[in-house]
Write a protein that binds this ligand. Sequence first.
Ligand SMILES: [Zn+2]
Ligand SMILES: [Zn+2]
Length: 581
Amino acid sequence: MKNDSEFFNNLRHSCAHLLAAAVMELWPKAKRTIGPAIENGFYFDFDFGNVKISDDDLPKIEAKMRDILTSWKSFERQELSVAQAKKEYPDNEFKQELIDEFSGQGETLSFYKSGDYWDLCRGGHVEHPDSELKYFKLLSIAGAYWRGSEKNKMLTRVYGTCFPTKKELDDYLWQQEEAKKRDHRKIGKELGLFLISPNVGPGLPIYLPKGLLLRRTLETWLTREKEKRGYQFVWTPHIAKSDLYKQSKHWQKYDAMMKPMKIEDERYVVKPMNCPHHFQIYLERPRSYRELPLRISENATVYRYEKAGELNGLLRVRALTQDDSHTFVRHDQIPEEIDRILDLAVSVFQIFGFHDFRSRVSIRDKKRPGKYLGKPESWDKAEQALIDGVAKRKLPYFISEGEAAFYGPKIDLMVKDAIGREWQLTTVQLDFNQPENFDLSYVDEKGKMERPAVLHIAILGSFDRFLAILVEQYAGNFPLWLAPVQLALVPIAERHNRAAFDAAEKLRSVGIRVEVDDRNERMEAKIRDSSLQKVPYLGIIGDKEVENQTISVRKHNGEDLKSMSVEELLRKLTSEIESKA
Ligand SMILES: [Zn+2]
Ligand SMILES: [Zn+2]
């Protein structure tokens, strides 16, 4: 499989031309605008005037695209003058605007022609469209404002995708179908995990009891894993003086959510980052080389602006709780510390069944030195330490030039989920610059003052986003140790309620999460509901069970485990919880 992003961009943007050609034949009065490649596909925006088109029109458009494709042997470039170009789009104010803009910037106006169709375009196409564009699919229709601004006209956006082979297209379409079934917003609602209330605000998730149980189980476990590796946990407030973020230079980067509030003549903001808070902990007293590495950690909620259109359940929110750590190290400790962090990350993800890793090392764009804080020599050293770190772990990696943050290079760890989608999770950011901003120092062996480096580390990223990914990874069928309800007890008739509540109390007292379904419903209905709630274990209690002091146990997957005593069941559940299987 070809993996080159330029290859896919050319393929998919070429297919957007084909889509526009088909639309213009079917609706000659439609106005074309733009049709870029995007991640996993492409779109094209049209102004259809008073004509309404819907998903039902997609097969017709696809058929027309196939028709046209046979005559598309190549993309031929031609340059036009402004006047000639404008003549091509007599009633199309969108293209007129683009032509004015491109020519105003001194760009040559190029057109690309395939078969009988041509369009204004900067280029980037396949060489042999008739053979290369065969495996496409139109996916959906949505509204989109011209140039993304709600002040402009609402256009009709047609989404599609294109792959070099039939297999890749089929795999992608299967993955999309599967992703819809696993959508964490849908499952989150069915299982009662979280809600977004319009009265609280978009992007501000509210965790319901079961969602918080899940999140707290994750938090407690990860906190323990970090403590085992020498991390110390702290708590810091949600607001801080705005000057703090001026010192850290975050002020310019996160301004949208950082509207200051005034308290007693001082200006405060909600925090978008925890780093400067943790630096205060470092600065609390003079530090010696013996104290390093000093690993400060916090499960901290931060607030960041995301566009309303980009918010997505728990995946993209405006209030997120990071598993954030700041490790202060001597420069000679960097390689070993990087190795320890990667070890932690890989062992964490394997617990959840993620085994396919890839890492990206983001380094600076050397052609734009003004964009970055700090000395070039520090950057060279930092970048090399990160590359050596992933290479030593034998993690597959690639280097992304120009993707580094303004204060340092970083490593991102990506994993593939159960249906083959890739998620970026862990971020390790090396930083030689914030220690300068905050004048962090330590006394070395010879009594000389030195600057430490800082590592900003998030293993899961945020608990919110990771939870969304886990819901989709497991399709809501959480392993026992994570399941918000681990066991549902179903008394067959009212006279069995007492035995069920007694058993529940025993199990609950040792930490098993049990629910008793004593509703006045038929047993079959109760069993079905526990299955819909994806509860891993179901225990049924009737006359026979009361008499023998047992519970009839079955698993969510249908496996029947027969009758067992409460003690036996407890041992079984406990060992499965401990194994995290
Ligand atoms: Zn083009
Ligand atoms: Zn940080």
